[in-house]
Design a protein around this ligand. Structure first.
Ligand SMILES: [Zn+2]
Length: 286
């Protein structure tokens, strides 16, 4: 269990499990001879990807950032990705109930980031998994999801967000808003045009859920983007902008899809090379 203190907040990683992704797609234009030194593919060229959500206990609210892949995938999607569906088990292990979540934030609306927003009840009706929560997602992302390109249409499952909007339980964000004191969103275009990272700050300590801008510790170099990125040149610029703030200010970066190291400090060593320094899961940030 990854858990640590961040100022007055406590932050924990809750995993929805792992799944397999084609290594070539995961590493974009990077040749296999290079990426396979960092991540070992299987005989079909698949690599293991994680599904890390972040729980922030502020003392006043329980905030869940991202909700994994969920359990509503179609047969076709399950063929591609499997359907680990472990998030609610992670809740049990963390000693928290879905009823205890006050706020849910989605960085974007791809199926592997908002899957547990909703579940099907026994009658087949779509209902919120977190009934007491206010949900938030980027407005531009939702607008795009109404008419996605053929290229990534498969990634949008309207049942993950449209019923929440219809009921008034989900609010759309322009980017830059502070949702509760110490937790705000910031738009970093690249993976999608409107993806928003979530910045968590308490008593001078900062963590950032950077989502698919930097999906794993193997992707920290600015040119190591994913083929999924819709705007790859913006990914490069957004990463530079992020590091311009996160490195000097010593932010803890949280990686959605890293199966082993869900958070780390990205630092620049003497020759200027980027490196991920692990954060121990103790109270080092306290
Ligand atoms: Zn995505």
């Amino acid at each position: 269990m990854h858990r640590l203190s961040l100022g007055d907040f406590e932050i924990s990683i809750l995993s929805d499990g792992t799944y397999l992704l084609d290594g070539g797609i995961f590493f974009g234009v990077i040749p296999k001879v290079m990426w396979s030194r960092r991540v070992q593919p299987d005989e079909r060229n698949y690599v293991v990807a994680g599904l890390n959500s972040l729980l922030v206990r502020t003392g006043r609210e329980n905030v869940l950032i991202e909700t994994g892949m969920g359990n509503k995938l179609s047969e076709r999607m399950i063929k591609f990705y499997g359907q680990p569906a472990k998030l609610l088990d992670s809740f049990v292990r963390a000693g928290i109930s879905p009823d205890d979540i006050n706020i849910v934030i989605n960085t974007h609306l791809h199926f592997d980031h908002c899957g547990w927003n909703t579940i099907r009840d026994q009658s087949g009706k779509i209902v919120p998994t977190f009934p007491q929560a206010k949900y938030y997602a980027p407005q531009g992302e939702w607008e795009y999801a109404q008419r996605p390109s053929e290229r990534d249409a498969i990634s949008y499952i309207p049942e993950n967000y449209n019923p929440l909007l219809a009921s008034g339980q989900m609010t759309l964000l322009k980017g830059g808003e502070e949702i509760v004191p110490g937790i705000s969103v910031k738009t970093f275009p690249g993976h999608t045009a409107h993806m928003q990272a979530v910045v968590v700050q308490s008593r001078g300590k900062t963590a950032c859920y950077i989502s698919d801008l930097i999906p794993t510790t193997a992707h920290i170099d600015v040119a190591w983007g994913m083929s999924f990125d819709l705007h790859p040149l913006q990914t490069v610029e957004s990463k530079k902008e992020y590091y311009g703030q996160s490195i000097p200010q010593k932010w803890l970066t949280i990686f959605t899809h890293d199966p082993k190291m869900p958070w780390a400090y990205v630092e620049r060593d003497d020759p200027g090379k980027l490196a991920a320094r692990p954060a121990s899961s103790t109270l080092e940030n306290a």
